[in-house]
Design a protein around this ligand. Sequence first.
Ligand code: NAD
Length: 317
Amino acid sequence: MNKKIDNRKVAIVGCGFVGSSAAFALMQSGLFSEIALVDVDRERAEGEALDISHGVPFVGHVEVYAADYDEIMDAAIVVITAGAAQKPGETRLDLVNKNIKIFQSILPEFKKRSYPGILLIVSNPVDILTLAALELSGLPEHRVIGSGTVLDTARLKMRLSDHLDVDSRSVHSFIIGEHGDSEIAAWSSTNISGIPLNDFCEMRGFFSHEESMKQIEDEVRNSGYEIIEKKHATYYGIAMSVVRICKAIVMNERSILSVSTKMNGEYGISDICLSMPVIVGEEGVGDHIPLPLSVEEHQLLLTSANALKEVARSAGL
Ligand code: NAD
């Protein structure tokens, strides 16, 4: 761990629904003793810090406070959740130009101060903004991580857990590729505690594998849209995903998570950020785990990468 950073300190830039929910979840996680909140609207950050800190006596000591950029350069992790959110009917990719502009005002703050910690990008479209953050911050690739499909993978596990009546933690599966419309369920490697998915389904009396997989994958892919349609924002699931990724980093767990990272030829993909399972620990992103893919899954992954590349190029990245 870098000497200039404090492993018990996390900062969040952007204190809207997602940033404040992440701060609330982190406050309860016990992982940090300091949570610093930054927002272009300083009063918003102060209000959230005050509100969240009133929960501290129920948990244990954590300082939660509003801060500026100078005060967060020793944070082990800075979570970036600033940006416009998706409106009903809007895709994550529609957000790209709005949020790149916001990132152009935030990331240079880290570059000019040579920030030594890890940036965790959450704002959407997260894969494109992770690539933008890499360019704008000047940080090395292993220290710029997108939350990627950690949330989508949790949604898939939850959905399979309901379907199969088994604990979601016993479901081993990944959503890979873009966090968005071209994401893919890696069905061929999915298993329930070592039992191949289709065998487990048959134990439960389900035999229409193709039909069920298509329905579940569609539901997972569209669940963000469904929540936004119904309550105009999504924030609890992503807040828990942020806690999960932060825990892997500060506890140096070397967990295998589907975070979004820069691809350098893995699976035949380069020059774009997307999610594939990688080791996550105190240095940030480590090695890629070569997930076995069917020919069809690999083809869909390449299509997802190409869709992201097109958006990145049109945004000038
Ligand atoms: P929100 O509008 O509630 O909050 C955005 C916050 O960012 C506001 O408090 C705003 O003041 C702040 N902000 C704007 N410009 C800023 C700047 N230059 N510097 C600092 N702060 C700034 O939106 P939200 O619902 O919290 O969503 C935030 C982002 O997270 C969106 O891009 C959304 O699409 C994304 N999101 C990502 C995931 C995921 O899985 N990656 C899930 C949900 C939401």
